[in-house]
Design a protein around this ligand. Structure first.
Ligand code: PBG
Length: 332
């Protein structure tokens, strides 16, 4: 940037804003369909969908319906889908064994999507919370969320997902050392090309509320996740986490939530210059949809503006529940 700007009227910054053509020509950041990763919720059963009250427009789908949705996403040009399983209390145990079952909902969905829409990259979530009796991302021993034993379980979960055909693994648990352990296991098992998008800077946020309803975790969760997810007051710590995850073998890093943490996205991108993603989480989606439903905001416009903000902040892509709707608009 040139710090010495000629004074008015030699410089009239409004000149470049006067027509759609000049605005297009000088626009620095744009959103494209290539930037979108679509999170979807999978449930047991056949040929069914159920709405999620706190996320208007978002549904849980059975595996066959997820495959259909993936076909639609592929036709829209969306590059990736991320799978989240809905689990009732009956799937939750102390040992979380269902998390690495080759036939659990996530692994069924991976195979179904790969078959129905082979061009779409399939992303997963790695954490024990869908299968844990107490809703935590790790094992709980005497009230403590234990790190190292959890990492061993996460490795088993990661391998089951890679075996099922996942392209992108997304460890979202915030345990220390999990990226390195997963990467080592993937290499040992011949999964050299499976990528890791680490939920690197994941904050202990109140914006995850609607998601926990969507996956059935709200009633299961005891306490909070503050001993493993980041403190919202911290910024430098995010850079330490990114450095560590890259050193341990992550291919991509994520900041989560998105809109309240755009400053972190920018710092990460400027400092490391690596593929950087943001998760526009359930609470951000719910806020915008609620205001739109009340007629207080123009839903389409705020959706597109909120997604563009991630590009401006340096992100290479966005996990967003708006993905299909945004893709339809971008495709004209
Ligand atoms: C679970 C997980 C969460 C989200 C993604 N993976 C919730 C949590 O950490 O409690 C939140 C996504 C959203 O709010 O949209 N490991």
């Amino acid at each position: 940037m040139n710090p010495t700007v000629a004074p008015f009227p030699a410089t009239r910054l409004r000149r470049m804003r006067q027509s759609p053509a000049l605005r297009a020509l000088s626009r620095q950041n744009t959103l494209t369909v290539d930037d979108l990763i679509w999170p979807v919720f999978v449930m047991d059963g056949k040929d069914a969908e159920t709405p999620i009250a706190s996320m208007p427009g978002v549904v849980r789908r059975t595996v066959d319906r997820v495959a259909l949705a993936a076909k639609e996403a592929q036709a829209l040009g969306i590059p990736a889908i991320c799978i989240f399983p809905y689990t009732g209390m009956e799937a939750r145990t102390e040992d979380c064994a269902m998390a690495w079952d080759p036939d659990n909902l996530t692994n069924q969905a991976i195979r179904a999507i790969k078959q129905a829409a082979p061009d779409i990259a399939v992303m997963t979530d790695i954490a024990l919370d869908p299968y844990n009796i107490n809703g935590h991302d790790g094992f709980v021993e005497n009230g403590e969320i234990v790190n190292d034993r959890t990492v061993e379980a996460l490795v088993k979960m990661a391998l089951a997902q890679a075996d099922a055909g996942a392209d992108i693994l997304g460890p979202s648990d915030m345990m220390d050392g999990r990226i390195g352990a997963i990467r080592t296991a993937l290499e040992a098992e011949g999964h050299h090309n499976v990528t890791i998008l680490s939920y690197t800077a994941k904050y202990a946020s109140a914006f995850y509320g609607p998601f926990r309803d969507a996956v059935g975790a709200s009633s299961a969760l005891t306490g909070d996740k503050k001993t493993y997810q980041m403190d919202p007051g911290n910024s430098d710590e995010a850079l330490r986490l990114v450095a560590r995850d890259l050193a341990e073998g992550a291919d991509m890093v994520m900041v989560k939530p998105g809109m309240p943490y755009l400053d972190i996205c920018r710092r990460v991108k400027d400092t490391f210059g690596v593929p950087t993603y943001a998760y526009q989480v359930s609470g951000e989606y719910a806020m915008l949809q609620a205001a739109a439903q009340n007629g207080w905001l123009d839903g389409e416009k705020v959706m597109m503006e909120s997604l563009l903000a991630f590009k401006r902040a340096g992100c290479d892509g966005i996990l967003t529940y708006f993905a299909p709707e945004a893709a339809r608009i971008l495709n004209g």
